[in-house]
Design a protein around this ligand. Structure first.
Ligand SMILES: [Zn+2]
Length: 229
């Protein structure tokens, strides 16, 4: 038997494959093949025992980026739905003239239209929480101005407390809108610590709107973290 054939058979044995010929007879008598086999065995053991190359554990980061199941956040969204429907009821009452008149029919129509729009917007946020973000500036401005004017009207005695009480709805709606928005945003925001050593974008990530955080950016940040580590 040639050394070459013996070593082919020994290679097959190390790989757990069928040996084309039995190498043992040659191996017992050939010092060169014994040395070669010992070296091959050492190399194989070293390869088997070598720890796997370290890879970053992305489990947490991936879970953070996975959209929440649609059933999540329903507690707040149901509360917002109740307020939205009540707001719509208020709007219809004004539009149909069953609420007390203040400053003429058209003012009632106008404020009725506003209340209706607010109710529709809140319902939209119930069904699609990501639309809450876009409504916040408008509704915050509306509520802010309304509260200031209402305080003035109350001081001047031109409005009753019971009439002002109807504004509680829109204030409550705004608060729930913020809560739904935060809940939706937090479920889609990666926790900076989970991405490991990312010092650059922790703050801006939290503040960024959901729509402006596409997944590819996240993977770039992972790569950046690996280079920095
Ligand atoms: Zn040999």
């Amino acid at each position: 038997m040639r050394c070459e054939d013996c070593r082919k058979a020994l290679s097959a044995r190390l790989d757990g494959e069928a040996e084309p010929v039995s190498p043992d007879e040659h191996l017992a008598t050939c010092a060169a093949c014994q040395e070669w086999f010992a070296g091959a065995e050492r190399l194989r053991r070293a390869l088997l025992l070598r720890p796997a190359p370290p890879v970053p554990d992305l489990t947490a980061a991936i879970l953070e980026r996975t959209p929440a199941p649609s059933g999540e956040g329903w507690g707040l969204r149901i509360a917002l739905a109740v307020v939205a429907i009540a707001q719509l009821g208020l709007a219809f009452a004004q539009l149909l003239g069953t609420a007390g008149g203040h400053g003429g029919i058209h003012f009632d129509h106008e404020s009725g239209a506003w209340n209706l729009a607010v109710g529709i917007g809140l319902l939209a946020a119930v069904l699609r929480p990501k639309t809450a973000a876009g409504q916040l500036p408008l509704l915050t401005g509306f509520v802010g101005v309304l509260l200031v004017l209402s305080a003035g009207d109350l001081a001047a005695g031109t409005v009753t407390l019971s009439r002002l009480a109807t504004h509680v709805l829109v204030v409550l709606g705004l608060a729930l809108l913020y809560a739904v928005h935060r809940g939706h945003r937090d479920r889609g925001t990666p926790i900076p610590a989970a991405t490991g050593g990312d010092r650059t974008t922790a703050g801006s990530t939290v503040d960024a709107p959901v729509a402006k955080r596409p997944r590819p950016r996240g993977f770039r940040r992972q790569a950046h973290g690996r280079h920095a580590a």
